[in-house]
Write a protein that binds this ligand. Structure first.
Ligand SMILES: [Zn+2]
Length: 165
């Protein structure tokens, strides 16, 4: 019986088998890339969660706060304000005030401007001023996937000064 040498040939020559080999190689590469991407994604998520935990406590260093914000998303920031509010701490990360009065109504209707304001978020802050400053900060945060931040132009985040009411 003839040995089946064709299947053992180290370098397939027919276009079909060459294509198959290319596909195999690509698949192997993709698997490695996928693993690396998943690992990076996990690391970024872990980092973001650490930042959320850290910012639930009051932070005094504004520069440090701005630096941390690069590695989180708007949804993380929202978590921070809500978590702080649950502990009756103003949702704006650099505010140390306690939330004393919680507006009971959910909406405020301004007759002057004929506008309905949703006060749902207001309950997370000690004052309207802090809500404004917090929303100003949140609106600057990036919404792109965390694991793509290193390929992105990071804007300079700014804080509303305390005099802005
Ligand atoms: Zn406040």
């Amino acid at each position: 019986m003839e040995p089946r040498s064709r299947s053992k040939s180290p370098k397939p020559r027919s276009p079909a088998s060459r294509r198959a080999a290319a596909v195999r190689k690509l698949r192997r590469m993709n698997e490695e890339q996928l693993k690396a991407a998943l690992l990076k994604k996990k690391e970024c998520n872990d980092k973001a969660h650490k930042i959320v935990e850290k910012l639930i406590d009051p932070i005094e260093d504004e520069k440090m706060l701005l630096k941390m914000l690069v590695d989180i998303n708007q949804s993380h920031y929202q978590d921070i304000t809500e978590e702080r509010a649950i502990m009756k701490l103003c949702g704006y990360p650099i505010c140390k005030e306690v939330i004393e009065e919680i507006p009971k109504q959910q909406f405020h209707i301004s007759v002057a401007t004929k506008t309905v304001y949703d006060l749902t978020d207001r309950k997370n802050f000690c004052s309207g001023s802090c809500m404004k400053k917090s929303n100003f900060l949140k609106s600057q945060l990036l919404t792109s996937p965390l694991w793509m931040r290193d390929q992105e132009d990071i804007p300079d985040f700014k804080l509303l000064s305390l005099d802005d009411k």
